[in-house]
Design a protein. Structure first.
Length: 266
């Protein structure tokens, strides 16, 4: 509901949140399904039906954001494979195609999606969570990381396939669950009292220029080949770019897979 201003650019669309869980009535704090595990069953079918998605992985689970106007297409696309529920007054209520069929038109097949360039910075990242009651104690540290700890990132050329480093910090607070992504050096310096995944992650950034919100198939470009190779990924869509974090020991294989996908799509 924030209005646009000279300091803030607001996307036109309103987005709804989908969470894929092993039990349709499970809370958001359940174990994450993982973006690569839902690549074939959710991400790819939505891309085929020309539905643009934003992806937000957190420490606890994964969320898919779809535009509100695309909800009928989303329901019709996924109802054959999933039991779909909506939340009403704190209760999970089953949804059927008839509930959202008003004005539904079978979409035309999507054009072949653009294969965007990917960049792999050398920065190593940690995925963390903190107890909600510790948030006031670390507020100063979070402000420092957000506004004061990093110099402005160097601009990478449009054709660049690699970056020395990238400034990236992600904080989410969803239904009381806190999830943080920060580079490993910052995490060492601030010594947060946290739980972590226990592994270091490397990033693949998608897009040589801001992607926009109307294009579909961007998440699928990364998720499908990683799913086929059984490589887990932590995925974060942002206003300008998409970012996939993969376990550090698998980054060479990931880059090879994505390069092969680029070459086969030409």
């Amino acid at each position: 509901e924030l209005p646009p201003s000279e300091f803030m650019q607001v996307a036109d669309s309103t987005w709804l949140v989908l969470s894929v869980v092993s039990n349709g009535r499970a809370p958001s704090g359940c174990q994450a399904t993982g973006v690569t595990k839902i690549a074939r069953s959710v991400i790819a079918p939505l891309a085929e039906h020309h539905v643009s998605v934003l992806m937000l992985s957190t420490y606890q689970t994964d969320f898919i954001l779809v535009r509100e106007r695309d909800l009928p297409v989303v329901i019709h696309t996924l109802a054959g494979e999933f039991d779909i529920y909506k939340e009403e007054s704190g209760e999970c209520v089953p949804v059927t195609c008839d509930d959202v069929s008003n004005g539904f038109l079978k979409p035309k097949p999507a054009a072949s999606p653009t294969l965007h360039p990917v960049q792999s910075p050398q920065t190593r990242f940690c995925v963390l969570t903190v107890a909600p009651d510790t948030l006031p104690a670390i507020a100063t540290m979070l402000i420092d990381v957000l506004f004061y700890s990093h110099s402005p990132p160097r601009e990478a050329g449009a054709g660049s396939q690699d970056l020395d480093s990238i400034t990236f910090f992600a904080f989410s607070l969803i239904e009381g669950y806190i999830s943080i992504v920060m580079d490993a050096e910052t995490q060492k310096r601030d010594l947060l009292l946290t739980s972590s995944t226990g592994e270091l992650w490397r990033m693949v950034r998608i897009g040589g220029q801001p992607l926009g919100f109307d294009e579909c198939g961007i998440v699928a470009q990364i998720a499908e080949p990683l799913a086929a190779a059984d490589i887990s990924a932590y995925y974060i869509s942002t206003f300008n770019f998409d970012h996939a974090l993969v376990p550090e020991e698998g980054i060479a294989e990931v880059i090879q897979l994505l390069q092969q996908r680029q070459e086969s799509g030409r």
